[in-house]
Design a protein around this ligand. Sequence first.
Ligand code: GLN
Length: 257
Amino acid sequence: MKLKKLAMIFTGTLLSLAMVGCGGSGDQAKQEAKVLRVGATIDFAPFEFQDEGQKDYQGFDMDLIRAVAKEMGREAEIQNIGFDGLIPALQAKNIDVIISGMTINDERKEKVNFSAPYYQSGLTMVVRSDEENIKSFNDLKGHKVAVQIGTTSANMVKSLEGVTVTELNTPADCFMELKARGVDAVVNDRPVNDYYINQSQAVGVKSLSDMLSAEEYGIAMSKDNPDLQKEIDAALKKLRDNGEYDKIYQKWFGTGK
Ligand code: GLN
């Protein structure tokens, strides 16, 4: 009798465990649907970076995509991926969107869909403070220039005649190469150059005012998912309308948009 009772309790426990198990995986599926998987290259301050001792990625893009995800009832889960690996990661469906100071251009539009533009950018140069010969993009001929691999800067500089191009993984690597006199100039996005120059570590270098090509950043997503593009654009519009975009802009750039 006692044994039978024990057996019943045991079976009951097993059954409820199994039910908990089912419930658990159901919840997990729901949870996953609520996550927005984001890819970014976390070395592009003030858009995406990580300060020592800080757990969360920071920057304009990071705040913006978290706000976009929230608008969509989702939570942004951000992965750090090399810049030239971002579009492949999207195509392999390892991530849902890219936000990484990514310029909207025709070449990329063949592979991905972009949201409405969310930031106006352009390219500038950083040179050593004692540099006398390079004042504008026209002066780059005959010089060595560092750029980040897979970027619009890399494309632009490679199209110039007589320039020796060094492609490195991050803007930080480019600035290091400049200071080490391995190159004479770094071509990179204006806001990132400005931010770098305003940092105390940027001694012995200056940023030049000559600016090339107005560029616009967009959030990229798979071409297979036009609904996601609509959702992202609606969220962006909402954030612009309700002042949240301006708050984030103000926080990182100190001026209104
Ligand atoms: N805006 C540039 C591009 O899209 C650089 C982006 C980056 O380095 N994160 O190519």
